[in-house]
Design a protein around this ligand. Sequence first.
Ligand code: GLN
Ligand code: ZN
Length: 759
Amino acid sequence: MGNVFTSNLGYPRIGANREWKKTLEAFWAGDVKEEDFLQTMKEIRLGNLRTQVEKGVDLIPVGDFTFYDHVLDMATTFGWVPDRYKHEDGKISLATYFAMARGNKDAVASEMTKWFNTNYHYIVPEYEKGKVYTVTENKALLAYREAKQELGINGKPVIVGPYTFVSLAKGYKEEEFATVLEEVVPLYIQLLQELVAEGVEWVQVDEPSLVCSFSPEHVELVKDVYKRISETVPNIKVLLQTYFDSVEYYEEIVSLPVAGIGLDFVHGKEENVNALKKYGFPKEKVLAVGVIDGRNIWRANIHGVLGLVEEIQGLVEPKAVIIQPSSSLLHVPVQKQNENRLNKDVFNALAFAEEKLAEVTLVKDALLYGKEKQADVLNEGKEALETLIQSATIASVQDAIANVKEADFARALSFEKRFELQRDFFKLPLLPTTTIGSFPQTKEVRYARQQWRKGEWSQEKYDLFVEEETKRWIDIQEELDLDVLVHGEFERTDMVEYFGEKLAGFTFTQFAWVQSYGSRCVKPPIIYGDVDFIVPMTVKESKYAQSLTTRPVKGMLTGPVTILNWSFVRSDISRQEVTYQIALALRKEIEALEEAGIRMIQVDEPALREGLPLKVGNWDHYLTWAVNAFKLSTSSVAPETQIHTHMCYSNFDDIIDAIEALDADVISIEASRSHGEFIHSLKERPYVKGLGLGVYDIHSPRVPAIEEMKAVIDDALEVCHPTKFWVNPDCGLKTRKEEETVASLRRMVEAAKNARKVV
Ligand code: GLN
Ligand code: ZN
């Protein structure tokens, strides 16, 4: 291989037609035998490899493919299986593997949380002190062997590095970090030794945790780990890969005894370039430059990229330069070629995984053979982006943003005053019960929507169906004796897509799915231009639901920050500006709901936290505008109108000030899957506004016992005032079956009633 070559960090697993998801779900449902499941998965895996060969990738990742999650793969590779799964010794069975991911009838699933600042979720490895861990099965090795045997590819195994693996794990105290790391290092060494013995040349060791803020003591640990690896496995070429931001402690990290360093020159570009300027780069190492954005879907300005690579080459003289995407392509859709319904300007400006790999190759070729050869092709991306932006600007939106005033961000009365007014207005019982918004999206619901989208069902027929489903669930909720009802979100496939479809500035693809967690894929909307309110989005459904009952029905919207964070966003203006545009559009929707008699309105912001920058130093800036965006959308309502918000699956203790600053009257938060950690943090830092801690995990089909939920309520009441505490599930129920939903909610209401008797 020459002095410049191409590589990829990871490829989407899901397949261009989500065949991966379908196979998984069929297997879980028992419709596919294990043997056939394994065979289909293999075909998908090999297909992905073939595509990467075709696109000109020199160094092809293997082992990045998974049956659920790559972090879970590392955990099971090392036998990190919590005792509650009562697993067998040695190789971990598929049943155990999926039990860790999804729970089973005897044991709850492992915690799941966001992968850095992305919308991908990984299974949190659980450390259990005193257990002896061993390598159960070297998955990276198997993947390497398969690629070699089947396709003759000399792949680059990808593993999650030791520092990142331990950083992402739980079950130990901060001061035990070094001990846990110490325990996994021999396992990594064994794994790498086996790879060398197999003939592996390069291995990509992902250490994205090295871009987050961490202490100087940890730098010493990292140094020690890589020193030991290089001493015991000298013949493997470790490509230490960082991404999502600039690396912290650059000088130390690039001096580690590894063969190559991968840096992100898209996210954290300036800092990484500055570090190269200031500290240089070791001549004996390979520098992998992430120059094609692995996180967005826009074509690259290839001239800009070439300029950047040339600048880097002018600053430092590494042994070789690897051109690659900035991160794994896991975060982008597979291919754009079948998107035949998109507006031409949008289509032309897009690049998904396949197209990005072609760009990577284009960059390499231009570097090796000169820019003149393909001068036109090199200009195309930039021109396509400029054309798109020009066609998607809306003057009135620009004006509205320019005229936003301080007062637009604040409600008229303080929380305390609103609390009293709302108490008298709604007259709810203590510990009111509610749900988070969605009810099961059954086969029938999905079928109806499909028929309607295909034009087989008329608008009237579809509307009638949604109404009937809504009515059926209003009745169920009344029968269950829930206090605050929801309409059930039957008209929505997805909480962001639904809104995007009704706002200006958004567009939708047919196939651009990306994995969110496990088999769950999302098809993020694309914000390609200025965002504007066109028509009311939720008024009809909420109003109808409210007409059926005397109990309050909560309106249900997705918040501006979540819409932003779960969309692919234009890259020519700041994220803050895009979010304010969305906020102004939602403000109109909220006003319309209130006008229609909906006096409780929930504005979901589950993705508030995931937008946090990886470096703590950048948090304030983000949180300030994110909180402001929420307030900009919610603060124009009357004091009696109760604003709810909802967030899920994350640690909130470190942003609790920001959460309170949202000034929502009630927030519902996940608390059952992180096993009460949040409750604990509230002891130190009480929360004074309305709060509903999820009392059961909705990501599992398990119907929890009344006592279990009562225990969460009791714990919560130690830190929350009973007049401000709400009882609800963790999250929306759309992925659950009707039967288990009704059973669980029945017990939840019972648990709340039991708790009421004693407060
Ligand atoms: N209201 C949404 C629902 O119930 C919230 C989903 C979420 O928080 N992710 O589905
Ligand atoms: Zn949620």
